[in-house]
Design a protein around this ligand. Structure first.
Ligand SMILES: Cc1ncc(COP(=O)(O)O)c(C=O)c1O
Length: 404
């Protein structure tokens, strides 16, 4: 990896925070954007700004082509059967809410069961709870072991003939655990259940192939993939998407409207009511092209090295206790430093220019499982370096002396 030249593509990495060079270790919350993404936004607004699909003029044509090119590239990125199975949403949360409000309402009813895991993000808990309140279904939870791994033997006992959906996170944002999606999907399928994967943390770190995963739904957010905020993708299997009612009504999602009734548009437009987030969808493609230019394999290999190195270096700190230390994980380190409050550690790291996340990471049931309020989370990606890990370790040793 040409790390120096990659870092130059991310202007924010040159920020000085409290007199120190920024070390950005909060990539699980949101990733930084390469220049190409910001430039794509400028390009669109300077040269192509127009509404899509309807206009008869050149700008509308350019905007429509760029918007649809992004969908095509996303289909390629996730190896979807076809680009009309790629639906633009406001993000992972919106994608899950869409599935709960459509598929959930239509196909899940009283007495049915929805299987989640202990480590779900609130976004993959609350929409299902809301659905259960409405239809009288029940949530069941896959247990995890001390290392933060789903126990497959225990999992098997959770699935029953009443299971209608498995909704599970691919990579835990709080622990970094990569879940055994294939095994879990197999268990769900044996009971005839559908499968939704929350791919917020896997979409740009793992080689996601929706056909190999054999999931019914895969959801993710552009802003965690080096793209813009407030945008995401819902992939769905065609037969299910076609059976699902629209999520919202309005323009674009219709074929014909009459006061007596409306016929709906075909996929993917059926689920994209109103003028979409055109500029950000176009800029999202710039982030994908950027990742493609580096190469997924190289990114994965490099991030794996950071994970191994980080795990080794952080383990050298006697008072540091990892919260979650799965065998299969990404470069997310969640930990506590002796008896120090996670928030104090986070504030002291910030004073040294190091950005981490502290708290429950929107996974309160998981924190409850560990009997803690929260953790310090350093989440790394391909523009981070071993040297930055060394600085984190030195800083933690210094903070440890002051707080413990
Ligand atoms: C695993 C996981 N699921 C869902 C979400 C929600 O993503 P968004 O806020 O972009 O909708 C996040 C974001 O932190 C996440 O990490």
């Amino acid at each position: 990896m040409q790390i120096d030249s990659i870092r130059k593509d991310f202007p924010v990495l040159n920020e000085i925070v409290h007199g120190k060079n920024l070390i950005y270790f909060d990539n699980a919350a949101t990733t930084q954007k390469p220049k190409a993404v910001v430039e794509a936004l400028n390009e669109y607004y300077y040269h192509d700004n127009s509404n899509i699909h309807r206009g008869a003029h050149t700008l509308a044509d350019r905007a429509t082509k760029a918007y649809e090119a992004s969908r095509e590239n996303l289909a390629k990125w996730f190896n979807a059967e076809s680009s009309d199975q790629i639906i633009f949403t406001r993000g992972t949360t919106d994608g899950i809410n869409l599935v709960a409000a459509t598929f959930g309402k239509q196909f899940i009813s009283e007495g049915d069961e929805i299987v989640l895991s202990t480590m779900e993000h609130h976004s993959n808990i609350v929409p299902w709870q809301m659905l259960c309140e409405n239809v009288g279904a029940k949530i069941k939870v896959l247990p995890i072991n001390e290392k933060g791994e789903i126990n497959l033997e225990e999992a098997e006992k959770i699935f029953t003939d009443k299971t209608k959906l498995l909704a599970v996170v691919h990579v835990s944002n709080a622990l970094g655990t990569i879940n055994p999606i294939s095994e879990l999907t197999k268990m769900a399928r044996e009971k005839g259940a559908s499968v939704l994967i929350d791919g917020a943390q896997s979409a740009s770190h793992l080689d996601v192939d929706v056909q190999k995963l054999d999931c019914d739904f895969f959801v993710c957010s552009a802003h965690k993939m080096y793209g813009p905020t407030g945008l995401g993708v819902l992939y769905g299997k065609r037969d299910i998407l076609e059976k699902m009612n629209p999520y919202q009504g309005g323009g674009e999602m219709i074929k014909e409207v009459d006061f007596e009734g409306t016929t709906y548009n075909e996929l993917p437009f059926k689920f994209e009511a109103g003028t979409p987030n055109i500029a950000d969808v176009i800029a999202f493609n710039a982030s994908l092209k950027y990742l493609q230019s580096i190469g997924r394999d190289r990114i994965r290999e490099y991030e794996n090295d950071l994970k191994e190195y980080g795990r080794k270096r952080l383990s050298e700190i006697g008072s540091l206790k990892f919260v979650g230390d799965a065998d299969q994980k990404t470069a997310i380190f969640s930990f506590l430093l002796g008896n120090a409050h996670a928030f104090d550690v986070g504030m002291m790291l910030d004073a040294k220019g190091i950005a981490v996340r502290t708290g429950h990471h929107c996974t309160q049931p998981l924190m409850k499982h560990y009997g803690i309020e929260g953790t310090v989370r350093a989440s790394l990606t391909f523009y981070n370096t071993r040297e930055e890990i060394d600085i984190l370790v030195e800083s933690l040793i210094d903070i440890d002396k002051k707080l413990n």
